[in-house]
Unconditional design. Sequence first.
Length: 110
Amino acid sequence: MGPYLGLVPKQEDSGDIQPQLGISKAGDRMLRRLLVGSAHYILGPFGPDTDLRRFGMRLCERGGKNAKKRAAVAVARKLAVLLHRLWASGEVYEPLRQSTLTKIPHDVAA
């Protein structure tokens, strides 16, 4: 879904140098804008506590000049893949799925 929507970095390989470029902006402009706006909301102060938010906040913590922008695009790409998966399979969305998978059951921990 990421390359289809243009949410992947452009590539311009020239010899030994691989510069870090912006997103390719291929695909539907309005859908990409909606996904990136949703990602900014998820990462913002009013965003709910979800696996997507935790993923994006880990990327923001890495620092760097454009860390917040890179994190928003990464969350938008993950959101697109998640929505496509939910739509295709008909599964129910679980906001904290990864954190519930990593918890140790009470009877095993004792």
